[in-house]
Design a protein around this ligand. Structure first.
Ligand SMILES: [Zn+2]
Length: 127
């Protein structure tokens, strides 16, 4: 079998990652296992493409990701996006907004509830 991708990449992988703009499911999802060095450490890169909004990726290091980043290709460079007339370099997740005490708890880093994009309201709103 010819391997188009290195074996450490899972193609069409299951990932909690969704498009941070429209919340839609992503296509061509990729999960790259970076960890495996330290026992028990989850260290993965997740990427996927929204047909409308392009590629996104995030990094999981034993905890749910704090931010989802728009990128020009899987595991590529960050790109700038304009959403509702505002420049966006990253999309903070629900996990990012939790109190520190809660973030210290051991949770499933792939629990999709934490991967949702935090509502852009309150102090994060810029007018
Ligand atoms: Zn989208």
């Amino acid at each position: 079998m010819d391997a188009t991708f290195p074996s450490r990449d899972l193609v069409q992988a299951r990932t909690p990652l969704r498009c941070p703009v429209c919340g839609g499911a992503l296509e061509e999802t990729l999960v790259r296992d970076v960890g495996g060095v330290t026992a028990g450490l989850v260290w993965q890169l997740h990427a996927g493409r929204c047909p409308e909004h392009g590629w996104f990726q995030t990094e999981v290091i034993s905890r749910p990701p704090r931010e989802i980043f728009p990128v020009n290709k899987p595991f590529g460079a960050a790109r700038r996006m304009v959403v509702d007339g505002r420049e966006v370099f990253s999309f903070p997740t629900v996990w990012n907004t939790l109190p520190l005490a809660q973030q210290r708890q051991r949770v499933d880093p792939l629990d999709e509830r934490y991967w949702r994009i935090a509502p852009m309201t309150g102090e994060h709103e810029v007018y």
